[in-house]
Design a protein around this ligand. Structure first.
Ligand SMILES: Nc1nc2c(ncn2[C@@H]2O[C@H](COP(=O)(O)OP(=O)(O)OP(=O)(O)O)[C@@H](O)[C@H]2O)c(=O)[nH]1
Ligand SMILES: [Mg+2]
Length: 345
């Protein structure tokens, strides 16, 4: 494995038009250019050949943004709340990114709120970037593609990035819980809300929001939630009552997000959560790489045949052969014949 990492480090950056273009885009991104961000996310979303190069250049420029995942049943008001938060953070001079995973209602364009943020309004503000991701066609999984887009926004200089996912399905929960802070949104009128939460959602919320308090009595739901929430690692998830429509409770929500961020930093859990996500992303990428190679199975099969002959001739043991295959894949060229060696521990 160490060999593999070293090989990757030694690999010279390929020089060509494409690379220059990617390097330029990433430089523009780091200067806060939203057009560069949009292009880079498209590269990644479409799984273009330059995507890997782009992510390699982007990654060192990330790590500053507070990543906040929003999840909850359809229509509960996640987009409306995020729109309110975007404004609240802009008023505080913060730059805000939003990645929405296939929202069923449009984010911008005026349909969501009485008090609207139109596309044009956020489009010209250099401190706001909103992007929707399609749910289909991500070879490494939706969560991976989503967080690659989050990375782009982090490198763009956004102070906070909201990730909205719809529903409480496995993949949505997967995405939300990879954030630094996970917000679970419910509303008083969703009668089966607590049942939905029991199906896994109660374990993931760092902040609970009871939205649409203008529509009905929230006390029952808040009391139910209170019973179910228990402290984890010194943090008791607060329950915030909001009305996105009437703009109530938004400062409380901002405060809850900031308090959670401070808690993560002071306890070292921020790093732990990032390490957990990194582990998951390495595995996601590994799966993606294997899938990619499988698509070019002819070449890989020829390499396996060659290595198999070496194993039969006792020039290699199967473990070393697998190592060599992996190394060859990492270098994207023919598998080198490794030195003879004993079985790695
Ligand atoms: N009365 C009331 N309506 C609200 C509130 N917040 C959002 N809505 C309305 O509820 C509807 C759904 O709001 P969205 O913000 O799109 O909800 P969402 O959770 O993002 O929906 P999906 O992305 O489709 O899951 C819209 O018609 C909003 O105007 C609120 O606090 N009170
Ligand atoms: Mg939405």
């Amino acid at each position: 494995m160490r060999e593999l990492v070293a090989a990757r480090r030694r690999r010279p950056l390929r020089r060509g038009r494409a690379d220059n273009r990617v390097a330029e885009l990433v430089q523009d991104l780091a200067r806060g250019d939203k057009r560069a961000a949009a292009k880079l996310i498209s590269l990644i979303e479409d799984d273009e050949p330059e995507a890997a190069e782009a992510l390699e250049r982007i990654h060192p420029r990330t790590g500053k943004a507070h990543i906040v995942g929003f999840t909850g049943p359809p229509g509960v008001g996640k987009s409306s709340l995020i729109n309110r938060l975007v404004r609240a953070y802009r008023r505080r001079g913060k730059k805000v990114g939003v990645v929405a995973v296939d929202p069923t209602s449009p984010f911008t364009g005026g349909a969501v709120l009485g008090d609207r943020i139109r596309m044009a309004e956020t489009g010209i503000d250099p401190g706001v970037f909103i992007r929707s991701m399609a749910t289909r066609g991500h070879p490494g999984g939706l969560a991976l593609a989503t967080f690659d887009a989050v990375r782009v926004l982090d490198a763009l200089g956004m102070d906070i990035v909201f990730v909205e996912t719809v529903g409480a399905g496995q993949s949505e929960v997967e995405i939300a819980k990879r954030a630094h802070t996970t917000v679970v949104v419910e509303m008083p009128l969703s009668g089966d809300a607590v049942q939905v939460m029991k199906a896994g959602i109660l374990e993931i919320g760092d902040v609970y929001v009871v939205n649409k308090v203008d529509l009905g009595d929230a006390d029952g739901l808040v009391a139910n939630l209170n019973q179910e929430i228990h402290p984890r690692n010194g943090w008791t998830s607060p329950i915030v009552r909001t009305s996105a429509l009437e703009e109530r409770g938004i400062p409380d929500l901002v405060l809850a997000l900031e308090r959670h961020r401070a808690h993560l930093e002071s306890t070292g859990e921020l790093r732990e959560r990032e390490a957990a996500r990194a582990r998951q992303e390495i595995l996601d990428n590994l799966r993606r790489l294997v899938e990619e190679r499988a698509r070019r199975a002819d070449r890989v099969r020829a390499e396996i045949d060659r290595l198999a002959r070496d194993v039969v001739e006792r020039r290699l043991d199967p473990h070393a052969a697998a190592d060599a295959l992996l190394l060859g894949m990492a270098r994207r060229r023919r598998v080198p014949v490794p030195r003879r060696r004993g079985r790695a521990s």
